[in-house]
Design a protein around this ligand. Structure first.
Ligand code: FES
Length: 167
């Protein structure tokens, strides 16, 4: 029968040596991330688990940092694909070194910088559009960046078939 962990955070911390593995429940309690999300992150290769003798997931303690960083990224609206890129060179099977995390944070910082530039660009365009108000599908770079809708063909591109014939 699977062993249930009912300890508090303080008990969990006190009980575990640095190389001891964490159960899904412990990991979930320590990070505030649901077990289902942990499994999802594992499927994406963002974290890794080993299997116990009873075929249950066990996490190395260094996975705590990975899950915490994923949570921070989520709060910042950073897509998991960007987190995957940032984590790509951070080893899963050993405790990452300071240099590993520094390399990852450099890549992440570059992505955040690119996002910031994109938001600033949108902000400038929005300011122009508020003053303009033409809402032109040809000219408005906010409504139709680089006339991308024109590449899809002539006629209305954002209306469903039922709406096209509407008065
Ligand atoms: S509303 Fe005129 S350019 Fe966007």
């Amino acid at each position: 029968m699977p062993q249930r962990d009912t300890g508090t955070n303080a008990e969990v911390t006190a009980r575990h040596a640095p190389d001891e593995l964490l159960t899904v429940g412990e990991m979930s309690r320590r990070t505030g991330v649901a077990p289902s999300a942990l499994r999802f992150y594992e499927d994406l290769g963002l974290i890794a688990a080993v299997r116990s003798g009873g075929n249950q997931r066990r996490y190395a303690r260094h996975m705590l940092r990975r899950v915490s960083l994923i949570s921070v990224a989520k709060r910042l609206g950073i897509p998991l694909s960007d987190v995957q890129s940032a984590f790509a060179d951070v080893p899963l099977d050993t405790t990452p070194s300071h240099a590993d995390w520094q390399r990852a944070s450099r890549g992440w910082k570059a992505q955040l910088e690119e996002r910031r530039r994109g938001i600033e660009r949108l902000e400038r365009e929005l300011t122009g559009c508020i003053g303009c108000g033409c809402l032109s599908m040809k000219a408005c770079s906010l409504l139709n960046p680089d006339d991308a809708l024109g590449d899809a063909g002539a006629g209305p591109r954002r209306l469903g078939p039922a709406a096209v014939g509407d008065p």
